[in-house]
Design a protein around this ligand. Structure first.
Ligand code: GDP
Ligand code: CA
Length: 350
C-alpha cells in the first residue's frame, strides 16, 4: 500500500495502475508534474509511484521552420517532466542562448519572430534527421525521451502531419481574411486579433499513433488536464478514432477546467473558444466536451471554486461536477487538483 499523507477515505480507493492524460503544452505539462508528484507522495487516492502514466500529446502545433521539425507541445512535456524546461518562460530549454537565431537574423532569414534557442535546436536537429531517415514521430519521441526520462510514456497523438491554422481578418486581402499557421497567430500576432475560425489541416486523414487507442481503452482513468479545449485537447480528440476511444473506454473520464473566473489562466483559450461559438466559462467548456451519457467525452468535470455557481448547469448537462481550487501555483496545489479529479470519479462509484 502507498503511504497516505492525506486522510484515508472511509473505504480504500480502487488501485490506480494506469492513467492516460490528453495533453497540450504548458498547461498539460504543469498538470502532469503535479499528477506525478501526487502519485509519488500518495496524495492521489489509489495511486502510487508505480502508477503508469501515458501522455497523448497534441501535435497540431507542430511546424517546419528553417528546415527543422518543431513539436512544441511534445517538447514542453518532455522538458518539463525531464527537468530541462525554462521554468519562467514555460517552454524551451533552461539556460538557453540564442546565437543561431541572431545569426539567422543577420542573414535576413525570415521569420525572425519565432524563438529557436541553441540548446533547443539540438533537439530539433535530432528529430529532423531521424524523421528524414524514415523513423516515425513516435519513434523519434521515444528516442528523445531516453535522454529526458520524463517518467511517463509520451506518445504523439498521431505520426501524421496535422497543423492548426487560424483565420484572421485582413483588410488588405481580397477575401478580407487570411489564414496563418497556429505559431504565427500565437507568437507573431500574440493572439491579439480575433480568431475567425480554426482549421486543422491534415486531421481528417490522420490516424492515431501506435499505442494511443490502447492507452485510452486499457487504462484505469482518462484525464483531460486544464489544456486548451480547442487547439490542444480539441485537436487530439479530432484525430479520427480518438474521440470514439474516449467515449467507449470502460475507464472513467475526468476533466479540469482551463477557464477560471470567465477567462483562461494564460494563453488563448478565450480567443479560440469564441471562434467556435463556445462561451468562455468553465461550465460551457464542460458542456462543450459533453457527458458521455449524452454522446460526449466526460463523466466528471472539475471547476475552480470561483465558478462554483456553475455546478448545477454542469449537473443538468449530465456531468458529475465539483468546485475546488484549480490554480497550479506549485506542485502540491496541482497534486491536490489531480487528487480531487480522482476522488470525484471515485465518488460516483461509492
Ligand atoms: P499550451 O499548449 O502551451 O497552450 O498549453 P495547454 O493547452 O496544455 O494549456 C493551456 C491552458 O492551460 C490555458 O487555456 C490556460 O487557461 C490553462 N492553464 C494554465 N495555467 C493554469 C492553472 O493554473 N489553472 C488552470 N485551471 N488552468 C491553467
Ligand atoms: Ca500547444
Amino acid at each position: 500500500m502507498p503511504s497516505h499523507s492525506a486522510p484515508l477515505p472511509a473505504t480504500d480507493p480502487p488501485p490506480l495502475r494506469r492513467v492516460t492524460v490528453l495533453s497540450g503544452g504548458v498547461g498539460g505539462a504543469r498538470f502532469l508534474q503535479g499528477l506525478l508528484h501526487g502519485l509519488r507522495s500518495g496524495l492521489v487516492p489509489g495511486g502510487s509511484a508505480d502508477t503508469e502514466v501515458t501522455v497523448v500529446a497534441n501535435t497540431a502545433d507542430d511546424w517546419w521552420i528553417h528546415g527543422l521539425k518543431v513539436c512544441p507541445d511534445l517538447d514542453t512535456v518532455m522538458y518539463t517532466l525531464g527537468d530541462g524546461i525554462d521554468v519562467d518562460r514555460g517552454w524551451g530549454r533552461r539556460d538557453e542562448t540564442w546565437s543561431a537565431k541572431t545569426e539567422l537574423e543577420a542573414y535576413g532569414v525570415e521569420p525572425t519572430w519565432f524563438g529557436l534557442g541553441d540548446r533547443d535546436i539540438a533537439t530539433h536537429l535530432v528529430r529532423t534527421q531521424m524523421l528524414e531517415a524514415g523513423f516515425t514521430l513516435s519513434q523519434v519521441t521515444e528516442a528523445l525521451c531516453r535522454r529526458w526520462q520524463p517518467g511517463v510514456r509520451l506518445l504523439p497523438m498521431s505520426d501524421d502531419r496535422v497543423e492548426t491554422h487560424i483565420a484572421v481578418a485582413d483588410p488588405d486581402s481580397p477575401s478580407g481574411r487570411r489564414v496563418v499557421h497556429f505559431q504565427e497567430y500565437w507568437v507573431r500576432l500574440r493572439a491579439e486579433v480575433a480568431a475567425e475560425s480554426v482549421l486543422v489541416v491534415g486531421q481528417e486523414a490522420a490516424t492515431p499513433a501506435p499505442g494511443v487507442l490502447e492507452a485510452i481503452a486499457e487504462t484505469d482513468l482518462v484525464v483531460l488536464p486544464p489544456s486548451n479545449p480547442v487547439v490542444s485537447v480539441g485537436t487530439i480528440l479530432g484525430v479520427p478514432g480518438l474521440r470514439d476511444a474516449v467515449r467507449t473506454t470502460s475507464a472513467p473520464v475526468v476533466g479540469l477546467s482551463p477557464i477560471v473566473g470567465g477567462t483562461h489562466v494564460r494563453g488563448m483559450a478565450a480567443q479560440v473558444l469564441a471562434s467556435i461559438g463556445v462561451e468562455v466559462s468553465a461550465a460551457a467548456v464542460g458542456a462543450h466536451y459533453g457527458a458521455r451519457s449524452a454522446g460526449g467525452v466526460l463523466d466528471a468535470w472539475l471547476v475552480d471554486e470561483r465558478d462554483a455557481d456553475q455546478l448545477s448547469r454542469l449537473e443538468d448537462a449530465g456531468l458529475r461536477a465539483r468546485a475546488v481550487p484549480l490554480m497550479m501555483t506549485d506542485h502540491d496545489a496541482t497534486a491536490r487538483m489531480a487528487a480531487a479529479a480522482v476522488d470525484l470519479v471515485a465518488s460516483g462509484r461509492r
